[in-house]
Design a protein around this ligand. Sequence first.
Ligand SMILES: C[S@@+](CC[C@H](N)C(=O)[O-])C[C@H]1O[C@@H](n2cnc3c(N)ncnc32)[C@H](O)[C@@H]1O
Length: 271
Amino acid sequence: MSVVHQHFRKSPDPASRFSSAARNYSSSADIQWITARKLVARLPGKSSPADILDLGCGTGILTRMMAHRYPTARITAIDSAPKMITHAKREAPDGSVHWITADARSFRLPFAFDLIVSNAALHWILPLNTVFERCKEHLSHGGKICLALMLDGTLDELRGLRERIAPHKAPKTRLPSPPDVLVAAHSAGLALHEFEVETVSVVYPDCRTFLQCLHRQGVTGGSAASRSGGLNRGELVQLASEYDRKYAVPSGGVIATYRVMFAEFINPPAT
Ligand SMILES: C[S@@+](CC[C@H](N)C(=O)[O-])C[C@H]1O[C@@H](n2cnc3c(N)ncnc32)[C@H](O)[C@@H]1O
C-alpha cells in the first residue's frame, strides 16, 4: 500500500500519531520551519527572557532556534508525543533544554516563565481556552506568550478538491478562526498585544509529494478524517491528478497555502 493510499485512513490519538511521525518529522516539516523562523523574527529583541517554555515542541525546531537566540535563558519544552521528545533530545544533545512529555492542557510545573512560545501546535490542542489557562498559570506577571498557529482556510486547495470529489467524506471539523483564538485567550485572562494573519505558500514537486509530506508530519489521519471516512484509492488518484493540474505554478510544482496567525498576548502585571 502506498503512502498516499494510507493518507486520511489512520485514526490513532494525536500523541500516537505524532509519535509515529517523529522519526521523519524534522525533514518533512517545511511549513513549520518557515513559521518558526517568522515567529522568532517577531520576538522581543532587547531584553533576554530568563525562563522560556515551548508548548507542543515536537522535535524541537522552534526550541533550538530559541536556545540559539537566547543563549542564557533556561528553556523547557513539552510535547504529549513521547517519541517527539525522544527525537528532540537526539537533535539537541547538549542538554541545555529541559524536555518533558506532557499534555499542554494539563501540565503543572513548579515555576513560572517570562516567555511562552508555540509554533504550529495550538490548533491541535483544543479547547484553546484550556491551553491558555495553563499558560496564564505558568506566566510571570508581565510575561508574554508568542505563538504561530494554523487557521481555518489552511490548505483550502486540498479541502475544496476533497469536498468535490468525495462530498460525503468531507471533514467535519475545522481549524480555529482568529476570533476563536482571541476569545479563548481573553477568557483565560490574557491581554492581546498584537496579532497578524499571514498567508504562507509552499511549493511541492507534485500533489503526491505534498500528501506524503503531510503524512510524514503526522498531521493526517486524525479524528476528523476517521469520522468523515478516508478516501479510497480511486478518489486519491483523482484528487492528485486534479490538484496537479489546478494548482500548478509556472515555475514548476504545485502550491499549497497555509493561513497562519502570529499573535502575542501578555499576562497583565499584578495591580
Ligand atoms: C505540527 S507539530 C509542531 C511541532 C513543533 N512546534 C514544530 O514547530 O515543529 C504539533 C505538535 O503538537 C503536539 N501536540 C499535539 N497535541 C498536544 C497536546 N495536547 N499537548 C502537547 N503537545 C501536543 C504534537 O505531538 C506535535 O509534536
